[in-house]
Design a protein around this ligand. Structure first.
Ligand code: MF3
Ligand code: CO
Length: 267
C-alpha cells in the first residue's frame, strides 16, 4: 500500500530527517583514528534522545544497536564494535529516528584520511548516483526511472557492482513502506509516483562485484570479494518539478571539511 503524506506530515518528516542529519553532523565532528563505532553509537543515541526522539533501528527485527556502522567491505547493517577506526577506512553511518511518530532514516559514508584514487572515485560516484536518482523523483515518473538512473551512473558508466539484495523504500510512520526502490532497473517501469510520496533512496555500490553475503551474526552484509562498498541515503519527497530533499548533507559536509582526519577532497 502506497501512503501519501499531507503537507503538515511532510513538515514533521522534515524534522525527523533533519534530526538524523544533525546527528551525522555530530559524527563528522568527532570521527578520528582511535575512535570506535561503539563510541559513535553511544554519541548518536544520546544526541537523538536529547532531542526527544527514539533511535529506530534499536530492536528493529531484533537489531541489537542504535546505528549501522559499515566499514570498508561491509555494505550495510554493520554492528558497531570495539575496533578502533584507522587511517584509510571508509565508514558508512546509517541512523534512523522516530520523532513525533515519524521516521527519519539516512546515511553518509565518511573517508578516514588517505585512500586510493579508486576508492575516492567510488565514494564520489556513489554520492553522485544518489542525486541522479533523486532528480527522477518527480510526479508521473516511475520508480524504475530512479533505479535506472542510479544503475546507469554506477554500473554502466564505471563498472561498479550494484547490490541487488537490498533496496531503498517508502518512509513514514513505518521505517519501511511501499514502494521498494531498487538501485537497478528499467526506465518507465514500476510504480508511477504522485506528489508527497516520501522515499528513502539509498545506493549501495561495490568497487568490485555486486555479490554480497550475510555474516554469521545474521545482519552484517559484506562484499563477496572483500572489496570496499559505499552507501549514501537521503529522505526525499516527490514533488511536481523537483524532489524535496528532507535530509541535508550540507551541514554534514561543512563539519567534514573542517575535520582534519576526514578526506573530503572528492567534492
Ligand atoms: N537504512 C537501513 C534500511 O532502511 C537501515 C535499517 S537497519 C535496521 O533498511 F537495523 F534497522 F534493520
Ligand atoms: Co533506509
Amino acid at each position: 500500500m502506497i501512503i501519501h503524506k499531507t503537507e503538515a506530515e511532510i513538515a514533521l518528516m522534515k524534522d525527523a530527517a533533519m534530526l538524523v542529519s544533525k546527528t551525522l553532523t555530530e559524527v563528522a565532528k568527532v570521527l578520528k583514528p582511535g575512535i570506535t563505532t561503539l563510541d559513535i553509537d553511544k554519541l548518536c543515541a544520546s544526541f537523538v534522545k536529547e532531542h526527544n526522539a527514539i533511535p529506530s533501528f534499536y530492536n528493529y527485527h531484533g537489531y541489537p544497536h542504535n546505528i549501522c556502522a559499515s566499514v570498508n567491505d561491509v555494505v550495510v547493517h554493520g554492528f558497531p564494535n570495539n575496533t578502533a577506526l584507522k587511517n584509510g577506512d571508509i565508514v558508512s553511518i546509517d541512523m534512523g529516528v522516530i520523532l513525533k511518530g515519524w521516521h527519519g532514516d539516512h546515511a553518509y559514508t565518511f573517508i578516514m584520511g588517505d585512500v586510493t584514487p579508486e576508492i575516492l572515485q567510488l565514494v564520489k560516484v556513489t554520492k553522485e548516483s544518489l542525486y541522479k536518482g533523486i532528480e527522477k523523483a518527480v510526479i508521473n515518473n516511475r520508480v524504475g526511472d530512479i533505479s535506472f538512473a542510479i544503475q546507469e551512473h554506477t554500473e554502466r558508466k564505471y563498472g561498479y557492482g550494484v547490490v541487488r539484495e537490498l533496496v531503498g523504500h517508502g518512509l513514514g510512520r513505518s521505517l519501511h513502506e511501499d514502494p521498494q526502490v531498487p538501485n537497478y532497473g528499467k526506465r518507465g517501469t514500476g510504480h508511477k509516483m504522485k506528489e508527497n510520496l516520501v522515499l528513502a533512496i539509498e545506493p549501495m555500490i561495490n568497487l568490485g562485484g555486486r555479490e554480497v553475503f550475510t555474516d554469521v551474526d545474521g545482519w552484517t552484509v559484506r562484499t563477496q570479494d572483500g572489496k570496499p562498498s559505499v552507501h549514501f541515503e537521503h529522505d526525499v519527497c516527490v514533488k511536481r518539478n523537483q524532489a524535496l530533499i528532507l535530509s541535508d548533507y550540507s551541514i554534514i559536509e561543512a563539519a567534514e571539511k573542517t575535520n582534519p582526519y576526514l578526506n573530503s577532497s572528492y567534492y
